[in-house]
Write a protein that binds this ligand. Structure first.
Ligand code: FPP
Length: 241
């Protein structure tokens, strides 16, 4: 399939509604996460096929540790098996990156993450970014600490701390800002996801679908909505001037 010209550069997705999907079917929540992980893999492959350059998904937030241990364990177990499947991505030309504080995970998970990043680093198709133990505020505080250290060490002057240099200290350094942020399931919140990077994003909230039911056609619907928006970045559109 030829890469499309009509796509946003970077799409962010908050994969919400797994628990409700399971509840509706009388299943345990972990089955909802399993179905959610399957939906995610299909969307990632589809995004790569149509030529999307960056897709970031909220897999596990810094707040998700508050969930029952059983549920946290089931998400981490899905993550482990998914990390093992990732070697296929090299063949599909998908590059994998992780954002978030990975230092809290056991050595096995950290090694799998490093391996997936290393194996796929030369891929030129989709860059698939998984936010894991990620929080937007934690990311900004982490960047501020790094900048403070650089200033203290005399490697950076306070005047050089611009929006651009600040961005270089975020986990997403080198990745363009989010153009389109999608959240299914009828919740209208950002939930601490990519706070800095979504400053000018278009938000598409899709109340009629829970994440496990999210399909390539649903992504296309969000992309159509995105194309219908007029993005002005604080300026005027051509027809206003
Ligand atoms: C939100 O649904 C979803 C999460 C907190 C976790 C997202 C995780 C996955 C999609 C599975 C793991 C994915 C991979 C790629 C390993 P919710 O549980 O808050 O749903 P609810 O609001 O209906 O309760």
């Amino acid at each position: 399939m030829a890469a499309r010209q009509d796509l946003p550069a970077h799409v962010g997705i908050i994969m919400d509604g797994n628990g409700r999907w399971a509840k509706k079917r009388g299943l345990p929540r972990k089955m909802g996460h399993r179905a959610g992980a399957d939906a995610f893999k299909k969307i990632a492959r589809y995004a790569n096929r149509i030529g999307l350059k960056y897709l970031t998904a909220y897999v596990f937030s810094t707040e998700n540790w508050k969930r029952p241990k059983d549920e946290v364990d089931s998400i981490l177990s899905l993550l482990r098996s998914y990390l093992d499947e990732m070697e296929n991505y090299r063949r599909e030309n998908i590059r994998v990156r992780f954002i978030g504080d990975r230092s809290v995970f056991d050595a096995g998970i950290q090694a799998k993450m490093a391996r997936a990043e290393e194996q796929s680093k030369d891929a030129t198709g989709l860059t698939l970014i998984l936010a894991i133990n990620y929080g937007g505020r934690a990311e900004i505080a982490h960047a501020a600490r790094q900048i403070a250290r650089a200033v203290q060490a005399g490697r950076l002057s306070p005047e050089a701390v611009t929006e651009e240099t600040f961005g270089d200290y975020l986990y997403t350094a080198g990745i363009p800002d989010v153009d389109l942020l999608i959240r299914p399931s009828g919740e209208y919140r950002l939930s601490n996801f990519l706070l800095w990077q979504t400053a000018y994003a278009e938000y598409v909230f899709m109340s009629g679908v829970l994440w496990p039911d999210f399909k390539p056609e649903t992504l296309e619907e969000a992309l159509r909505e995105y194309r219908s928006r007029s993005r002005r970045f604080g300026g005027l559109s051509a027809s206003d001037s």
